[in-house]
Design a protein. Structure first.
Length: 96
């Protein structure tokens, strides 16, 4: 990954360059990710946190950046944000 230097110590990859990100998710998405973490914990017999699952999902999704379903999902979310901001802007104009 760009900007990160992995160091391998006995098969464990550590990243020296970290960035914090605030991620807002629906409860449904969060619940599904938690279920995946639980299934992975059972299958791998290793503790798998929600953070590990979200990192993996983001990395795997970025590998599929030309996949039509991913692009359609991004488009839908971008349009929803635009619509939400447009509605908020109109509400703000009416309040003045």
């Amino acid at each position: 990954m760009r900007g990160q230097r992995p160091t391998d110590r006995q098969g464990v990859v550590m990243f020296t360059n970290k960035t914090k990100v605030l991620l807002v998710l629906t409860q449904d998405v969060l619940d599904r990710a938690r279920v995946l973490a639980g299934k992975a914990t059972i299958a791998l017999k290793l503790p798998v946190s929600l953070q590990i699952v979200l990192r993996a999902l983001i990395e795997e999704g970025l590998k599929r950046d030309h996949h039509p379903a991913l692009l359609a999902n991004v488009e839908g979310k971008a349009k929803a944000v635009r619509h939400h901001r447009s509605m908020a802007g109109r509400a703000g104009l009416r309040a003045n």
